[in-house]
Design a protein around this ligand. Structure first.
Ligand SMILES: *[C@@H]1O[C@H](CO)[C@@H](O)[C@H](O)[C@H]1NC(C)=O
Ligand SMILES: *[C@@H]1O[C@H](CO)[C@@H](O)[C@H](O)[C@H]1NC(C)=O
Ligand SMILES: *[C@@H]1O[C@H](CO)[C@@H](O)[C@H](O)[C@H]1NC(C)=O
Ligand SMILES: *[C@@H]1O[C@H](CO)[C@@H](O)[C@H](O)[C@H]1NC(C)=O
Ligand SMILES: *[C@@H]1O[C@H](CO)[C@@H](O)[C@H](O)[C@H]1NC(C)=O
Ligand SMILES: *[C@@H]1O[C@H](CO)[C@@H](O)[C@H](O)[C@H]1NC(C)=O
Ligand SMILES: *[C@@H]1O[C@H](CO)[C@@H](O)[C@H](O)[C@H]1NC(C)=O
Ligand SMILES: *[C@@H]1O[C@H](CO)[C@@H](O)[C@H](O)[C@H]1NC(C)=O
Ligand SMILES: [Cu+2]
Length: 574
């Protein structure tokens, strides 16, 4: 009897202890509920008031702050006149591809008047990400920061900063960005360049009618502060610097980076960089500024500079120092590729990481622009590209076209035929001197909705190879649903027999967007452990509009935990 009671008691004890642990872990992981209303809002910039699509009337939109392990539930209601979706840029969305957001890839759009609730859990990511619209060019104004703090009880691998500030670099058009892309799609020419860059939605002192609203970022002498810099510009890589202050880079794309110091950082659209700055300068005001890194030769770009002010607080900066004109940082020349290379090749993971060494899928994707002949039924005003052509772009000579009737994910999940084909080539269909003088006769790609299929768990290497078709250019290539290791990059054509010696299989950086060097290549590796359909595309919206994308279809593995979840009941129908 006694022994029975004892063992019963023990079983009961272990059971309750386990339950307590379980409850404790649930108690730590929070669920955050948010409402996003996409709506037209009057926004005054550059001397005029513009009807602007925003979230909750805010430009930039609301900042979301969570801890690793938390769940986000965001009900998005579309009160604008455009179809819309929201993408949670860099969130892995493990088994929840339905919440990823790219229009016609993982969902049909939320139509005007409709809503959709995105639900997902952050798993093993810490740092700075962001969210943005993923439908046409709505993301020009529909974006915000998504900040992931460490799990409760864990801390950063660097001293806790006194202040943390999100710095969203953006791009502003006086025209409605939806009209800008509509016009470019009609004419086949390059879309109009922007009228300003912005920091947290404000162009700053160097633009007309903007000084009053210039963003001020506080700092105090002796402080070490964290800036979470996000490039949310639509079409432009940007340099960013602060006068007289060095940056210590500690993170990028929600992964830690082995700290290094630099006076300037560069980010492609989609990328984030976490930097520490120290309040070690005479108390005063210092400009932080961003302007273009424009790598394509002879291509027009917005050549303006946005500023905000780093201001020492009044305790250390008396009134008169607040009236001085801030010192301006030196920014690299718009075509200073050497500075870009010097910066990106400094990135390392903080310690040895598990890079796949055996490769199941060795892929080689060319990335570049192209020109389409004017189709016979088109008028000449629809072919205003060079010499009466229309601009296009492609990967492996396939120019990506979104499906019209079903999302790719739905077509995959429900086995609906005729929506996509699985013949995206693993290698370029034609071998040519990619970065040399490419014969004009091979500049026109093939349009289609092609995906590349990957088995669950396959270890993937992709060589991304830029081309000089029309022009060479730096392309920020973003992969949805994954982080990948960037194991090497270089200029010219990737050489499989010599460039493998450059592979860093020890401590390469983990990112979701790689800046493909202008006229060069980059090699990435990841394990395909997240089932779904994942867009891989250039994050310059002008290029994705022209078809610079492919979708990777990752099949389910064995068992429920390796399979895509069922679609949510409120998934928008087409
Ligand atoms: C683009 O720029 C051209 C030339 O400045 C102008 O005529 C046109 O209206 C602009 N398009 C839009 C949509 O703003
Ligand atoms: C950019 O603007 C600066 C200053 O206005 C000017 O000196 C420079 O020539 C411009 N560069 C280009 C490429 O337009
Ligand atoms: C950058 O552009 C300037 C013209 O603005 C040119 O003189 C210079 O050679 C270019 N540098 C590079 C590295 O292309
Ligand atoms: C356009 O035509 C001119 C004259 O024939 C030629 O020199 C130029 O290379 C052409 N440009 C393109 C992009 O085909
Ligand atoms: C989409 O559906 C419409 C109507 O059923 C059909 O006419 C059209 O061919 C479909 N489009 C594609 C790309 O399958
Ligand atoms: C590129 O090749 C074409 C013909 O293939 C030739 O006419 C042209 O001169 C070449 N351009 C350069 C810069 O080598
Ligand atoms: C792309 O495909 C088209 C159509 O088959 C072909 O004419 C062209 O040469 C190809 N170009 C490349 C770079 O593969
Ligand atoms: C909006 O989305 C619906 C559903 O997918 C589609 O039928 C419609 O054509 C879209 N409208 C525009 C303007 O793209
Ligand atoms: Cu691009």
């Amino acid at each position: 009897m006694g022994s029975f009671n004892n063992s019963h008691c023990c079983i009961f004890f272990f059971f309750s202890f386990g339950l307590l642990l379980l409850l404790a872990s649930f108690a730590n992981a929070k669920v955050h509920y948010h409402d996003f209303v996409i709506q037209a809002t009057p926004v005054k910039r550059l001397c005029n008031t513009h009807s602007t699509i925003t979230v909750n009337g805010m430009y930039p939109g609301p900042t979301l702050e969570v801890n690793d392990g938390d769940t986000l539930v965001v009900k998005v209601t579309n009160k604008a006149i455009y179809n819309a979706t929201i993408h949670w840029h860099g969130i892995r969305q493990i088994r929840t591809a339905w919440a990823d957001g790219p229009e016609m890839v993982t969902q049909c759009p939320i139509r005007p008047g409709m809503s959709y609730t995105y639900r997902f859990t952050i798993q093993g990511q810490v740092g700075t990400l962001w969210w943005h619209a993923h439908s046409s060019w709505l993301r020009a104004t529909v974006y915000g920061a998504l900040i992931i703090h460490p799990k409760e009880g864990s801390s950063y691998p660097f001293p806790k900063p006194t202040r943390e500030t999100a710095i969203l670099l953006g791009e502003w058009w006086n025209a409605n960005p939806m009209d800008v892309v509509r016009q470019a799609t009609l004419t086949g020419a390059t879309p109009n360049i922007s009228d300003a860059y912005t920091i947290n939605g404000q162009p700053g002192d160097l633009y007309s009618c903007s000084s009053q609203d210039t963003v001020v970022v506080p700092i105090d002498s002796g402080e070490t502060n964290l800036l979470r810099v996000i490039n949310s510009a639509l079409n432009q890589q940007l340099f960013f610097a602060i006068a007289n202050h060095q940056f210590t880079v500690v993170g990028a794309d929600a992964s830690y980076i082995k700290p290094f110091t630099t006076s300037v950082i560069v980010l492609g659209p989609g990328q984030t960089t976490d930097v520490l700055i120290q309040g070690n300068q005479p108390p005063s005001r210092y400009y932080m500024a961003a302007r273009a890194y424009a790598s394509a030769q002879n291509a027009p770009f917005d050549n303006t500079t946005t500023t905000a002010i780093l201001e020492y607080k009044s305790a250390t900066c008396p009134k008169k120092c607040l009236s001085v004109t801030p010192v301006m940082p030196t920014l690299p020349a718009f075509n200073d590729t050497n500075t870009v290379t010097g910066f990106t090749t400094k990135f390392r993971s903080p310690q040895k990481v598990e890079v796949p060494t055996e490769i199941d899928e060795s892929l080689f994707f060319t990335v570049g622009l192209g020109l389409n002949k004017c189709p016979p039924n088109f008028k000449s005003n629809q072919c205003q590209g060079p010499n009466g052509t229309r601009f296009t772009a492609s990967m492996n000579n396939a120019s990506f076209v979104l499906p019209a009737n079903f999302s790719l994910l739905q077509a995959h999940h429900q086995r609906i035929p005729g929506v996509f084909t699985t013949d995206f080539p693993a290698n370029p269909p034609l071998k040519f001197d990619f970065t040399g003088n490419v014969s004009r006769s091979i500049w026109q790609p093939v349009s289609g909705t092609k995906v590349y299929k990957l088995k669950y768990g396959s270890r993937v290497q992709i060589v991304l190879q830029g081309t000089r078709i029309f022009t060479a250019e730096n392309h920020p290539i973003h992969l949805h649903g994954y982080d990948f290791y960037i194991i090497a990059e270089g200029f010219g054509n990737f050489n499989p027999s010599t460039d493998t010696s450059k592979f860093n299989l020890v401590d390469p950086p983990l990112r979701n967007t790689v800046g493909l060097p202008v006229g060069g290549w980059a090699v990435i590796r990841f394990v395909a452990d997240n089932p779904g359909v994942w867009l891989m595309h250039c994050h310059l919206d002008v290029h994705i509009t022209w078809g610079l994308a492919v979708a990777l279809l990752v099949e389910n593995g064995v068992g429920e935990l390796q399979a895509l979840e069922a679609p949510p009941p409120d998934l928008p129908p087409c």
